[in-house]
Design a protein around this ligand. Structure first.
Ligand code: NAD
Length: 236
């Protein structure tokens, strides 16, 4: 079967073998913290020092990790894919970006970080987003607004995911949808498979093990992403 319009959704599982801890792991915590503490606007308002420190640590950790074979297989696919290829990641790390720096993608390719990026900061008053590679202070002053502060450019629970118009358009036109290393617990990403099915796409889940949403996919491929992702796309 030939596919032209591809949408791939990735989650924390694609970066796990690079050494980036997944979200829920087995303990329901993100690196030892409850998500309400570190991934909600209320958590930030209650304790900005704790929240900034949490993301400062995640940001520093990026220097110690590298794209793995799954990120690289997707980057190589992006270089040779002849139709539209939208890669939507829920990850806030920059491992997909770094993989795509090594192999120039084809013109129909686009990468969207729907939950934001660790390496960007956002002014709380102006909304201006800028690259940010160092630490952020608890009350980091904003260069864009006298009363603004710089917060992590991360979509917290209760906030709107980014670029949803573009993602909806791609899902409604896709003929292949592949979900990689995501538990399917976090909406709206968890609903993408239904949108793709509605468009008539073939739907595939790639994960360590079947997720709770397995029955929504036509096919499942199970095992570590560094093995399953290169194998699956080589066989397309
Ligand atoms: P999740 O932690 O809820 O689920 C991870 C999924 O990956 C699980 O289904 C697990 O079975 C699977 N998995 C684990 N190791 C794998 C491997 N080696 N190969 C294949 N699959 C593997 O993650 P989620 O669904 O992405 O939702 C988490 C949310 O937390 C996202 O919104 C994201 O923004 C945030 N988050 C991001 C990062 C990151 O940027 N790397 C890390 C943790 C959390």
């Amino acid at each position: 079967m030939t596919h032209r319009n591809l949408v791939v959704l990735t989650g924390a599982g694609v970066s796990a073998e690079s050494g980036v801890p997944t979200f829920r792991a087995s303990d329901g915590l993100w690196c030892g913290h409850r998500v309400e503490e570190v991934a909600t606007p209320e958590g930030y308002a209650a304790d900005p020092a704790l929240v900034q420190d949490f993301y400062n640590q995640r940001r520093r950790q990026l220097a110690e990790v590298h794209p793995n074979a799954a990120h690289l297989a997707l980057a190589e696919l992006a270089a040779r894919w002849e139709g539209d290829f939208l890669l939507v990641t829920q990850n806030v790390d920059d491992l997909h970006d770094r993989a795509h720096e090594r192999v120039l993608p084809a013109p129909g390719f686009e990468l969207i970080h729907m939950h934001g990026e660790l390496l960007k900061g956002r002014c709380t008053r102006s909304g201006v987003v800028s690259r940010w590679t160092g630490d952020m202070a608890a009350h980091e002053p904003s260069p864009d607004h006298p009363d603004g502060r710089i917060r992590p450019h991360i979509v917290w629970f209760g906030e709107m995911s980014l670029r949803m118009d573009r993602i909806d358009r791609a899902l409604s036109a896709c003929d292949l949808f592949v979900s990689i290393g995501t538990s399917g617990n976090v909406y709206p990403a968890a609903g993408f498979v239904q949108q793709a099915r509605h468009a008539g796409a073939r739907t595939v889940e790639i994960n360590l093990e079947p997720t709770l949403g397995r029955s929504m996919f036509d096919e499942g491929v199970y095992g570590p992403a560094t093995r399953t992702v290169p194998e699956f796309f080589a066989g397309l």
